[in-house]
Design a protein around this ligand. Structure first.
Ligand SMILES: *[C@@H]1O[C@H](CO)[C@@H](O)[C@H](O)[C@H]1NC(C)=O
Ligand SMILES: *[C@@H]1O[C@H](CO)[C@@H](O)[C@H](O)[C@H]1NC(C)=O
Length: 381
């Protein structure tokens, strides 16, 4: 520790700052006033030194100050005192630290990498019987049986769509209070649950996405296309298969959906999409496809898993896939009709729902109701 040096340097520095002629003032009244002030300054200074000596060196004190400043600038450093970080971010940063390993080049990387986790349920046989044309990988919380049942009863029901085999599977992590037996029963009944042993939380969605990629790469390599889709979606699978069978749609290196260009990284800690600079320093994301539902040729999962080893993870899974595809030297492709990938809908319109591929809904009830109407006989428009 350079406490001593720093202290004496500082003292000398202070003395040097006092102009010489002021120290030799002739006026006695001013003199006593001045020396009083000087003593006070020295006292304050000595107290300050005593504190800094006992705890931190000067350089440490100043770097701490910088850290606090940075903290108040709304960006958390990995080495910011833990009590200053909101609990959920603290947990995420902790997992990052634990899983950070040096690369041979000495760089730090983290594996959002699925091989850090293992499958609790993986249904490896579902792809072997009949290689699917399309696999729909639905992200859902373990406890959300209602969403799974609604999807099983609606767009996830048909095994053959437009003459092609389509497989719908649900991807879960672990829930602190989930009922293992109930999930096993559910899986015995439907054979459609893929569960890995990471904690299923919003901040862990990037892990979930990489687990999806790992499953596709290792358990379903013969499928032609796959889609990552959220459980709160209306999906028009007919239109999706029609789109994928259009002439000119690539069978390799193809990633499509609702494209996001030049999206700024959210630095406001109150946001659901907050990402600290330490996780992702650039102010913008590379072009990516919105996480509600993106579609890809099934050669990509293996490549994503491989390239993810060298990409620092952050908690925005769709932008993370954007990073992966960029690192592969590729980029997302606009769908043939971009208006088919829709996010929020204001109201149900039977005609419109017959033309689109995705829509975000607000509940499983809504999905069942819209579907019931959508499937009624008669023209849609
Ligand atoms: C904090 O923000 C101010 C104003 O934007 C900036 O000048 C300063 O450099 C920032 N400090 C740190 C430590 O990031
Ligand atoms: C993410 O998953 C890991 C592995 O299960 C867990 O230790 C960690 O707490 C989770 N992180 C968050 C932020 O939930």
């Amino acid at each position: 520790m350079g406490d001593q040096d720093a202290g004496s340097d500082g003292e000398l520095g202070l003395r040097r700052q006092f102009p010489k002629h002021l120290l030799h003032q002739k006026l006695p009244a001013f003199n006593s006033w001045f020396y009083g002030l000087l003593m006070l300054c020295l006292l304050v200074f000595v107290v300050f030194l005593a504190f800094s000596d006992s705890t931190l060196s000067w350089s440490e004190t100043f770097s701490l100050q910088r850290q606090y400043q940075r903290f108040f600038n709304q960006s958390i450093q990995v080495n910011t005192p833990a009590y200053l970080i909101p609990p959920k971010h603290r947990a995420f940063l902790n997992t990052m630290k634990e899983k950070t390993t040096p690369t041979p080049e000495g760089l730090q990387y983290h594996e959002a990498y699925p091989h850090n986790y293992r499958f609790v349920m993986d249904n490896p046989e579902v792809c072997k019987v009949n290689s699917p044309f399309l696999v729909l990988m639905v992200t859902v919380a373990p406890s959300n049986v209602a969403a799974r049942d609604a999807i099983r009863a609606t767009w996830g029901k048909d095994r053959v769509v437009q003459g092609e085999t389509v497989l719908t599977l649900f991807v879960l992590g672990l829930d602190k209070r989930h009922d293992v037996e109930k999930l096993q029963q559910e899986n015995q009944q439907h054979n459609d649950l893929i569960q890995s042993n990471f904690l299923d939380t919003y901040l862990n969605l990037t892990i979930k996405t990489m687990v999806i990629m790992d499953w596709l790469a290792t358990r379903c390599p013969a499928a032609a296309y796959a889609m990552k889709v959220d459980s709160d979606m209306f999906l028009n699978v007919d239109n999706l298969v029609i789109m994928l069978k259009k002439p000119g749609i690539p069978q390799k290196n193809y990633l499509t959906g609702m494209l996001m260009w030049n999206r700024p990284v959210i630095r406001s800690k109150n946001s659901k999409w907050y990402v600290p600079e330490e996780m992702y320093p650039n102010p913008q994301y590379p072009t990516y496809t919105l996480g509600m539902g993106y579609v890809f040729s099934n050669d990509l999962p293996t490549k994503f898993v491989e390239v993810s080893k060298s990409i620092k993870p952050f908690n925005i899974e769709d932008a993370y896939i954007g990073m992966c595809i960029k690192k592969l030297g590729l980029s997302p492709t606009s769908p043939p009709d971009p208006s088919q990938f829709k996010a929020y809908n204001s109201k149900y319109d039977r005609c419109e729902f017959s033309k689109i591929i995705t829509y975000i809904l607000s509940s499983s009830e809504q999905l069942k109701n819209y579907w019931a109407d959508y499937k009624k006989p008669g023209p849609h428009c």
